[in-house]
Design a protein around this ligand. Structure first.
Ligand code: FMN
Length: 228
């Protein structure tokens, strides 16, 4: 067993330029896109990976990683099985949180918001862009269910490959779709020297704005600096 303090030696000093109010773009989605672009340019692994937290009707939290496939003025879109554990939790309680962690840039973005399913058309459009093997994978997996062995899925993949042999465009499974997280709070965290990090948080000026088309207006948001 390692010495009790071994993780203490992992300290990293964040020598960054910091984040100042004057540098922020007018809306959180613009600011997010700017940081995501920088994470992509820095060639970080899976820069669009985000941790999604849900809380069930019994308020039990659970997190898992998903890939953000679309960011626009509405919010953040990911795709998943609509009968999965997360789908069940989100149908019980649409309040969710997501966070992006870009360690190499000493950056984190924390989002709080409400989730809803995207239209079937949007799901089909995205599904059509996926590799055929991933399309079959989506059909094959009863995500979050207990299975007896890996063979269960492998056999199902074989069956589906035969089933879809003559199908040019595999449709999205009825149990699969996109989810849109509409943010009400987006916090940008930039690590700085001596643990005096910068935290700038956009919050909806009027929570009643939520879900309306004003999220892309700067005056819909207030920005507060938060102590590190
Ligand atoms: C980097 C990474 C990306 C992932 N992307 C997705 C995704 O976009 N959609 C998805 O349903 N699961 C994705 N997963 C798997 C989820 O983390 C999770 O195992 C799965 O969705 C089942 O979660 P649930 O049982 O809580 O519903 C990803 C996992 C990792 C590590």
């Amino acid at each position: 067993m390692k010495d009790a303090n071994w993780l203490n030696d992992l300290r990293v000093s964040y020598e960054t330029r910091g984040l100042h109010e004057s540098q922020l773009l007018p809306t959180p989605m613009q600011q997010f896109q700017s940081w995501l672009t920088e994470a992509i340019e820095a060639e970080l692994p899976e820069p669009n990976a985000m941790v999604l937290a849900t809380a069930s009707s019994t308020a039990q939290p659970k997190t898992r990683t998903v890939l953000c496939k679309l960011v626009d003025e509405r919010g953040f879109v990911f795709f998943s099985n609509t009968q999965s554990a997360k789908a069940e939790a989100m149908s019980q309680n649409p309040q969710v949180a997501i966070s992006f962690l870009w360690l190499q840039l000493h950056r984190q973005v924390q989002i709080i918001g409400e989730v809803e399913q995207v239209s079937r058309v949007e799901t089909e459009e995205y599904f059509a862009t996926r590799a055929r093997s991933s399309q079959i994978g989506a059909w094959a997996s009863p995500q979050s269910e207990t299975i007896t062995s890996r063979d269960v899925i492998a056999n199902r993949v074989n069956e589906l490959e035969a089933e879809f042999k003559d199908v040019d465009q595999i449709p999205a499974p009825p149990f699969w779709g996109g989810y849109l997280v509409r943010p009400s709070s987006v916090e940008f965290w930039q690590g700085a020297r001596s643990r005096l990090h910068d935290r700038l948080r956009f919050e909806l000026a009027d929570p009643g704005f939520m879900g309306r088309s004003v999220l892309n207006r700067a005056d819909a948001w207030v920005v507060n600096r938060v102590a590190p």
